[in-house]
Design a protein around this ligand. Structure first.
Ligand code: FAD
Ligand code: DLZ
Ligand code: SF4
Length: 510
């Protein structure tokens, strides 16, 4: 018998049980294909990063004596989709069995199921052995519930996997430290410089450009900064544990111009393509905390672990529970086009300029930039969620639909009407100023609501609440805002709404 096993570009898990034995009758296949390079307008660093990591994984498998077929983007016999290439291989090599791992994306899941029905040989599918939870675990956990509270899921995860527990109680007795975390960066504080790699990926870059793959963003292909193999991923994790973890919680929501990573781990790409597992990431950080309990406060560690065994697994569960309906949800019925400057960074808004330019230069923005700068603006401006998804799915190196769409439509845009979040994440300039150093050097004035220099976030904020009163007015968590709005003088309200109208009509000029 001869078995063909498919490995997708985000399944680079060297600890998978597939690879525990070397078997001559098994051939692995990996492929660079246009169906994947073209389903979004990806950042060039994302395509290069995935191809580089795939090629390194192929070399690793070969070094362990596994048989691998690797189809490059410009191979003559590349039929440019998973299904076509697999059908072709089956007919040419007389395989008797086809196997794959559960993909993380709904589209690919359907395609592969269909493929298996159409081929003449038996097939089977196995777990990707990466996540703490199975696809349906969150759905089962919240069965019958209307609200899917992340906090209760997170606590159940801590208990089930015995992470930072003392019997049935959380270590230290407290589950949540959000109150102690989330400070602004002190004015003269110089954040730890990020560890970057100097990978030479010029060959891969050239192949992608030669094939006219449409991409966005910039790259220094001789000094590619992202980890592209397991060793580098582990190095980045060590760096985070040793240098950043101790301030992670404190500054997780802080923003400052020209500092692109602060105390964030930048481990999402490595994890999402499975070069390392969430378990390894969490365990490494807990070990570091145990080694240096006087230097790393527990709240810093808890804030980080919550993101991984809480938010990351939660979003995956939401995805499999709510797809495919989730992808077309548009609670506010937003219909605006994304302003052109989202693709160029050419705006006078300092916060947006910094977040967008950084995203174009590094294929990365940290969480609060995605949520409270670009996401906040998009929601206030009433942008159609498909446009927003296309942007987020393309621009970030860690963007894969299961974790992109749940964050974008769910957490950030409230397009799901409140499955992921209990209220929309919107703010005026005051929150942005509270958490960042952007406003001081901005063309716009954070304290102005009306006039040429008025910060757009201010009037758009009230316009958002005003136009969505029928949908949000009864939400108890927002009631206070509506009280303030109702008590405002009618002429002030009108002026605010007119200012917002003006900005909405001239969005490309902002
Ligand atoms: P850190 O701040 O160091 O956090 C550590 C890890 O926790 C991350 O690597 C990530 O795996 C996990 N994590 C943190 N927050 C979340 C979250 N909300 N959901 C899921 N996992 C989380 N994350 C992606 O991996 N891919 C995406 O495409 C993506 N799109 C997003 C879009 C929007 C609008 C928003 C608001 C958030 C998005 N996130 C996405 C979540 C989060 O912003 C990124 O995981 C994080 O910025 C990655 O950088 P980091 O590794 O330095 O994270
Ligand atoms: C994102 C991406 C890109 C750009 N290219 C490829 C590719 O050529 N080959 C591949 O196997 N995977 C690629 N990926 C990642 C896939 O889109 C990802 O595996 C699916 O989204 C399934 O989760
Ligand atoms: Fe952003 Fe407004 Fe502050 Fe400028 S003034 S940085 S646009 S919040």
């Amino acid at each position: 018998s001869k078995t063909l096993r498919l490995i997708l570009g985000d399944q680079l898990n060297s600890n998978h049980s597939w690879f525990k034995t070397v078997d001559d009758s098994i051939t692995y296949v990996m492929m660079e294909v246009r169906s994947e390079t073209d389903y979004a307008n990806h950042h060039i660093q994302k395509v290069v990063g995935i191809f580089a990591a795939m090629q390194n994984f192929k070399n690793y498998l070969l070094s362990k004596n596994h048989k691998v077929i690797y189809i490059h983007l410009n191979n003559n016999d590349n039929l440019q989709s998973f299904e076509k290439n697999i059908q072709n291989l089956i007919s040419k090599h007389i395989f008797t069995h086809f196997e794959y791992q559960f993909p993380d994306e709904y589209r690919v899941d359907l395609d592969l199921k269909k493929l298996c029905e159409s081929i003449s040989i038996p097939s089977s599918v196995v777990d990707s052995e990466h996540f703490f939870t199975t696809r349906n675990e969150l759905g089962d956990f919240f069965e019958g519930k209307k609200i899917y509270l992340m906090e209760s899921f997170y606590r159940a995860m801590r208990k089930k996997h015995n992470v930072m527990m003392e019997g049935e109680k959380p270590l230290t007795g407290q589950w949540n430290y959000d109150g102690e975390n989330r400070k602004k960066l002190p004015k003269n504080h110089k954040p730890t410089a990020p560890l970057v790699f100097n990978n030479d990926v010029a060959n891969i870059y050239e192949e992608i450009t030669k094939n006219d793959v449409k991409t966005i963003g910039t790259i220094d292909a001789k000094n590619f900064v992202w980890p592209i193999n397991r060793e580098q991923s582990l190095q980045l994790l060590d760096f985070f544990a040793e240098k950043c973890l101790q301030l992670f919680g404190s500054y997780q929501d802080a923003m400052t111009p020209n500092e692109w990573s602060l105390y964030h781990s930048r481990i999402s790409f490595s994890m999402n393509v499975k070069m390392i597992s969430p378990r390894e990431v969490v365990e490494r950080c807990i070990d570091e905390w145990k080694k240096r309990p006087n230097e790393i406060e527990f709240n810093q560690l808890e804030g980080f672990v919550r993101q991984i065994i809480g938010w990351r697994e939660y979003m995956r569960g939401i995805y499999w529970n709510k797809m495919p309906e989730f992808a077309s949800m548009n609670f506010f019925n937003n219909q605006e086009k994304l302003p052109d400057w989202f693709w160029t960074g050419k705006t006078k808004m300092n916060c947006m300029k910094d977040a967008i330019n950084q995203s174009l230069n590094y294929a990365y923005a940290h969480h609060i930039q995605r949520l409270m700068i670009t996401g906040n603006f998009a929601l206030l401006a009433g942008i159609q969620p498909d446009e927003i998804d296309a942007w987020y799915l393309g621009i970030y190196i860690d963007a894969f639909e299961w974790v992109e769409i749940t964050n974008t439509r769910g957490m950030s845009q409230f397009a799901d009407g409140g499955i992921v979040g209990t209220k929309p994440y919107v703010s005026s300039a005051s929150y942005i100023d509270k958490m960042s150093h952007y406003c001081g050097s901005c063309f716009y004035k954070k304290s102005l609501k009306i006039g040429e220099k008025a910060c757009p976030f201010n009037s758009l904020y009230w316009n958002f609440y005003d136009r969505n009163e029928d949908k949000l007015g009864k939400n108890p968590r927002i009631g206070m805002m509506y009280n303030v709005w109702r008590k405002m003088k009618p002429e002030d309200k009108t002026a605010l709404l007119q200012q917002a109208e003006y900005y909405l009509k001239n969005m490309n000029e902002l």
